[in-house]
Design a binder for this molecule. Structure first.
Ligand code: NCD
Length: 309
């Protein structure tokens, strides 16, 4: 059923493979901790295994939730979280690092500013590589936890979703859009003109029959969707800071807006900066904190599948 050795891009997956991960996630959620039932259940599923977290870009949730996922299943974790204090600062290239670190561990989660870095790393690694974000490319485990959140809302088979914000540089929306096309979701891409979804991604999506529409203002589509997936502007990926200053603050989700669709589910991969009004956090619509929690069971599932446990 699950044939992949590495997890690099959502484009590599079939719907059956994604469903397999989501079902495994459901089974493992009782070990995920948090405030629920799982806080008391222990598992030794990954005992004796070591995960290496190689993060060459900032991260809070992704790195910590990989670490927690591994530890809750009895495994151990080694971390490279500040490239300034590792040999990358001396000029070591990624291939050499991967060749060495893959001898130190059983599986690697890699985040890197260069698009394609994980696929390249995978071709040199005897242990599984999980892409934890490659530049503006892909972030497949984020997509899996996004899908798990949507599944928990019973919306996966009747989804109409607006992806809002920086669709040009946002890797979460690139990954998610491909996966959603497998579920027959209606996709609404909502962004400032300068941050539209790249043409080649839209072409690929249309080729597989995805239903896509585009808008610049969320008010145009809010009544047609059951999920809003909001993203921040990826400031660090702008080649020119004046381009950033032209789009900053151009969209914002408010309680006023939600009144137009009172049941809408609001998601966000986090971190959020100023694109969601603080008051929205207290509404029943906001799901982004539970969404971030699901990163733990989803990454437990990914680790255990790739490690054959
Ligand atoms: C995202 C990322 O790193 O792409 N963060 C995350 O992993 N939850 C989103 C972002 O940084 O905007």
């Amino acid at each position: 059923m699950f044939t992949k050795r590495h997890i690099i891009s959502t484009r590599d997956f079939t719907k059956e493979e994604i469903d397999y991960v989501l079902n495994r996630t459901e089974e493992l959620e009782i070990y995920a901790g948090g405030q629920g039932e799982g806080a008391r259940k222990k598992s030794g599923l990954l005992e004796g295994k070591i995960l290496a977290n190689l993060f060459y870009e900032p991260s809070t949730r992704t790195r910590l939730s990989f670490e927690v996922a591994m530890k809750r299943l009895g495994g151990e974790v080694i971390n490279l979280s500040s490239p300034e204090t590792s040999s990358a600062a001396k000029g070591e290239n990624l291939v050499d690092t991967i060749k060495v670190v893959s001898e130190y561990c059983d599986i690697i989660a890699l985040r890197h500013p260069k698009e394609g870095a994980s696929r390249m790393a995978a071709s040199f690694s005897p242990v599984p590589i999980i892409n934890a974000g490659d530049g503006a490319g892909q972030h497949p485990t984020q997509t899996l936890l996004d899908l798990y959140t949507i599944k928990k809302e019973n919306l996966l088979d009747k989804l109409a979703i607006a992806l809002i914000g920086d669709l040009k540089y946002g890797r979460t929306v690139h990954s998610l859009a491909y996966a959603l096309s497998l579920y027959g979701a209606k996709l609404f891409f909502v962004s400032p003109e300068a941050l539209r979804m790249p043409e080649e991604i839209k072409m690929d999506l249309r080729e597989v029959g995805a239903e896509i529409s585009e808008a610049t203002d969320i008010k145009e589509v809010i009544e047609d969707v059951n999920v809003l997936y909001v993203t921040r502007i990826q400031r660090e990926r702008f080649p020119d800071p004046t381009e950033y200053s032209k789009v900053v603050g151009t969209y914002r989700i408010t309680t006023e807006l939600i009144k137009r669709n009172e049941d809408v589910v609001i998601m966000h991969p986090l971190p959020k900066i100023d694109e969601i009004d603080g008051e929205v956090d207290r509404t029943k619509n906001a799901r982004y904190f539970i969404q971030a929690f699901y990163g733990i069971p989803v990454r437990m599932a990914v680790l255990s599948i790739l490690l054959d446990r």
